[in-house]
Design a protein around this ligand. Structure first.
Ligand SMILES: Cc1ncc(COP(=O)(O)O)c(C=O)c1O
Length: 389
């Protein structure tokens, strides 16, 4: 007999993790599987970050820290917000958590009541709707399409807001589409939001350092300073610095929200790992030049995957401007294969693990993560072409 809560009954396990686990299980059976389902850079964590983690352990930094992170870590996060996102955040309005995911979880749980509505552009990152539903809120998808750059419009936002709307969740560069929001689109959204003071906005900028076009990253807190008292910006080191296992996320927003998130954190995980905090300080304060090199390597892989996918009959993908994902449209093939999940299983049979688009609440196809070696990617798209031929 299971005795789980009604809240748990409202959510599903992460489908990206499920696909990755399936690929791992098949590999363990000796099958040759290329896994392009996981959302993490394949690069090794930089050595100066590893050294900082070791030094922290040797120095005895192995005890509880302040719940919302050490003063040093908060300063490093404030440096990141200012240097990389252009957000001047006082340390008192910065908090540190066990990954960006925990920051988002705490922010939503601390603010949502049953009946509230959360606007989420789709395709979305898998955890957004699940966290909102866990908190008892209703998810309102704002559907976007490749033709519109996978971006919501101001009119779409205006039409979706009701008296029950509590949050709009924005993610740029986006997972799973790689879409980015230019400054003018953010300002147009900001004009709509200015008319609805009850709506909080999350700007999940965790992929900001992985952007391919020229010009600086645009973010809502900078473009719409009038919204400063209700924008929460989330970032971290997981994706930018290849530190997914360290579990450090950072957030900045209005004082009351940061305090609320820390209250919740004080009763969930407590402080983020002390050793990981020391490592993240090194990540933010140390050299950043290697990021340019990583970005160029991602760009080469992106171009390789985009051109190979677009050469396969029945598949197409736009060129993503950020992150390391391609959203592949497979609509012309889905009737033949019986849906995107069946297509994903078919591709797995042919040795490639990807994530079906339905996991992200949109599109007829699948997401490829191109955070893999060039040769591995070439072989993967060869297998995909053979599988759908
Ligand atoms: C859009 C987005 N936001 C937040 C996260 C959370 O990252 P982490 O908790 O690993 O720092 C992820 C990870 O996949 C993501 O894709």
């Amino acid at each position: 007999m299971t005795q789980t809560s009604a809240a748990l009954g409202r959510i599903q396990p992460s489908q990206t993790t499920a696909m990755t686990d399936r690929a791992i299980a098949l590999k363990a059976q000796g099958r040759d599987i290329i896994s392009l389902s996981v959302g993490e850079p394949d690069f090794a964590t930089p050595s100066h970050v590893i050294a900082a983690a070791k030094a922290a352990m040797d120095a005895g930094d192995t005890k509880y820290t302040a719940v919302g992170g050490t003063a040093r870590m908060k300063q490093a996060a404030a440096l990141h917000f200012a240097r990389d996102l252009g957000i001047e955040a006082p340390v008192s309005q910065v908090t540190i958590s066990a990954g960006g995911k925990q920051a988002i979880f705490h922010a939503l749980l601390a603010t949502l009541d049953p009946g509230d509505e959360v606007l989420i552009p789709a395709p979305w990152w898998v955890s957004y709707p699940e966290i909102a539903r866990f908190a008892g809120a209703t998810v309102v998808p704002l559907l976007t399409e490749a033709a519109g750059g996978f971006r919501i419009t101001a009119d779409q936002l205006a039409a979706a807001i009701t008296p029950r709307t509590r949050w709009l969740l924005l993610n740029s560069p986006g997972n799973p589409t790689g879409a980015t929001y230019p400054a003018e689109t953010l300002r147009a959204l900001g004009e709509v939001l200015a008319r609805h003071p009850r709506v909080l906005v999350m700007s999940d900028d965790i992929y900001a350092p992985i952007r391919y076009s020229e010009g600086s990253h645009a973010t809502l807190a900078v473009e719409c300073p009038g919204l400063a008292d209700r924008v929460l910006t989330v970032s971290g080191v997981s994706k930018s610095h290849a530190m997914t296992g360290f579990r450090i996320g950072v957030a900045t927003g209005p004082q009351w929200l940061i305090a609320a998130m820390e209250t919740l954190q004080s009763h969930s995980s407590g402080n983020p790992c002390s050793i990981s905090q020391a490592a993240a300080v090194a990540a933010f304060e140390g050299p950043q030049e290697f990021l340019r090199d990583w970005r160029e390597r991602f760009r080469v892989r992106r171009d390789l995957v985009v051109s190979a996918i677009n050469a396969i009959p029945g598949l197409s993908t736009p060129v993503p401007d950020g992150a390391f994902y391609c959203m592949v449209d497979a609509a012309p093939l889905l009737t033949r294969f019986g849906g995107d999940e069946a297509l994903a299983m078919h591709l797995l049979e042919h040795g490639v693990a990807i994530v079906p688009a339905s996991a992200f609440g949109g599109c007829d196809g699948f997401r490829i993560s191109f955070a893999a070696d060039d040769d591995v990617l070439r072989e993967a798209v060869r297998r995909i072409a053979a599988a759908v031929a």
